[in-house]
Design a binder for this molecule. Structure first.
Ligand SMILES: [Zn+2]
Ligand SMILES: [Zn+2]
Length: 236
């Protein structure tokens, strides 16, 4: 059986009709998330899933729109009596970041069960998913992940080495329209890689609201890919 992918959150920090970044991967009864942005717990509930069903989280980076529901997920697991440790794979610095969260919420200390593994360019297996982490180009430490042949870029500017990897499907951020740059993907910056990407199955997510209003024009210009909405899904 292949992997089922569900977009739990396709929004950004200023989206009010979409949950923030989170993607669910499911295979043979195992379920992992890439990112846990605000709203993903509600989307999980809409799928009939519970916090206990999540085996691991791969965090692309700790910006709030990618991590806002991580602590609520851990707290919900504690309150519902889940004893399994939640594995969290994340960029360098995330152990300290989690520690600072516990300083802000000291009553949660020793209640939440998680284990942070900091990754750079690593290959690892988690609950039978084959994962490769890749250092990406954002404003903070950030990683992309290839999960069973599906590349999730997280927030990044496009760059050659990212695409020199083995993948057939890509879930790509497309934050900003033309005229913006730095730390994110724009139509101009991704067009330079259209030769590679036009041969892949490309799903665009994480469009800021002003980018979303231009999506038809942008996709027409790019000539590849489609923009996804919360709870869209595909199998691979
Ligand atoms: Zn970010
Ligand atoms: Zn973001």
């Amino acid at each position: 059986m292949g992997v089922k992918v569900v977009f739990l959150g396709t929004g950004t920090a200023d989206s009010f009709e979409r949950a923030q970044s989170s993607i669910l991967f499911e295979k043979n009864g195992n379920t992992i998330l890439v990112d846990a942005g605000n709203g993903c717990l509600i989307r999980l509930g809409q799928l009939g899933k519970r916090p206990a069903d999540i085996n691991a989280v791969l965090l692309t980076h700790v910006h709030l729109d990618h991590s806002g529901d991580l602590l609520p997920l851990l707290k919900a697991r504690w309150l519902s009596g889940v004893e399994d440790t939640l594995k969290i794979f994340a960029p360098t610095g995330t152990k300290n970041w989690m520690e600072s969260q516990l300083e802000a919420f000291p009553f949660l200390r020793n209640k939440l069960s998680y284990d942070v593994v900091e990754v750079r360019e690593n290959k690892f297996n988690v609950y039978n998913f084959n994962v490769k982490s890749i250092v990406t180009k954002h404003s903070v430490e950030s990683r992309g992940y290839i999960v069973n042949g599906i590349l999730v870029t997280g927030d990044t500017s496009p760059f050659e080495e990212l695409y020199n990897n083995d993948f057939d499907v890509v879930i790509h951020e497309l934050s900003l329209p033309e005229g913006f740059s730095q730390h994110h993907t724009t139509p101009d910056s991704i067009l330079r890689f259209s030769r590679i990407l036009s041969e892949k199955e490309v799903y665009f997510t994480h469009l800021y609201p002003h980018t979303l209003t231009l999506k038809e024009r942008i996709i027409k210009r790019l000539g590849f890919g489609k923009v996804v909405n919360d709870l869209d899904s595909f199998k691979f």
